[in-house]
Design a protein around this ligand. Structure first.
Ligand SMILES: C[S@@+](CC[C@H](N)C(=O)[O-])C[C@H]1O[C@@H](n2cnc3c(N)ncnc32)[C@H](O)[C@@H]1O
Length: 237
């Protein structure tokens, strides 16, 4: 394993160990499910890859929806061990999203929820996804907006003290213009942004007053896409 991926593997192992010891999770399943419902469920016989699957929350939901050809990968062995314990019916592997160890055209759909922003080289990752998707396959992405995430995390750190260090956790935050440019460069077409307001019980529970109040009452439906908190994107291979 190259030095860089080994160090990120240890970084995410430590992060997952701390989260699991504290009884916490990472990611927003409620909004992920809302997005998939909005853009249409996968067909039952489709081959699905959940990239950066963490402890397998989405894999479990997909399994409960009746899908059986589900693979989940994550760089963290700790997360994958926990995912295997929780969702025994799913093929779960420890693998980097930068080097997808699958033959060309292996999947009908790929998902990456809250993952792109963690990767050292997004262009390389997208080219890998494009390669393993069948022609006409669908890539669903959710990733935070650099324009809103950086100020939010900076203010939050000043007020509530050290928590997420966005530069360490999110080295590859994107703007909507960046995504619109890089997805076609990696070979994707029909890039579509879907508006999903960020109002989930998970997000609101992560904040203390007055942030939770302001968040719950924000003008989410009226914001232009380039100012939304997170991008929900459908890209076709
Ligand atoms: C914020 S969590 C999201 C987990 C899950 N997708 C969800 O929505 O609950 C980001 C995940 O990406 C994984 N990750 C980070 N870098 C990765 C990489 N290079 N390859 C694969 N997974 C990676 C982390 O271990 C972590 O599980």
């Amino acid at each position: 394993m190259p030095a860089k991926s080994k160090s990120s593997h240890l970084f995410y192992d430590n992060t997952w160990t701390e989260l699991l010891d504290a009884g916490k999770d990472f990611g927003d399943l409620e909004l992920t499910v809302r997005f998939i419902e909005r853009v249409g469920f996968p067909e039952k016989d489709e081959r699905i890859l959940d990239i950066g699957c963490g402890i397998g929350n989405l894999c479990q939901v997909l399994y409960e929806w009746g899908l059986r050809k589900i693979t989940g990968i994550d760089i963290s062995e700790v997360a994958i061990a926990e995912a295997r314990r929780r969702v025994p019916g799913v093929d779960l592997r420890c693998m980097s999203a930068m080097d997808l160890d699958f033959p060309d055209d292996s999947f009908d759909e790929c998902f990456a929820f809250d993952v792109l922003e963690h990767l050292p080289d997004v262009r390389r990752h997208l080219e890998e996804v494009r390669r393993i998707l069948v022609p006409g396959g669908r890539y669903l992405i959710q990733t935070p907006n650099i324009l809103t995430n950086v100020p939010f995390e900076t203010v939050r750190r000043k007020i509530v003290g050290p928590g997420t260090n966005w530069k360490t956790f999110h080295p590859s935050l994107q703007s909507c213009w960046g995504l619109k440019r890089i997805l076609p460069l990696a070979g994707f077409s029909h890039v579509k942004f879907v508006r999903i307001p960020p109002l989930s019980s998970y997000k609101i529970s992560q904040m203390s007053f007055p942030f939770n109040f302001l968040f719950a009452n924000g003008p989410w439906e009226r914001l232009p896409i380039f100012l939304t908190t997170n991008f929900y994107v459908v890209a076709m291979s």
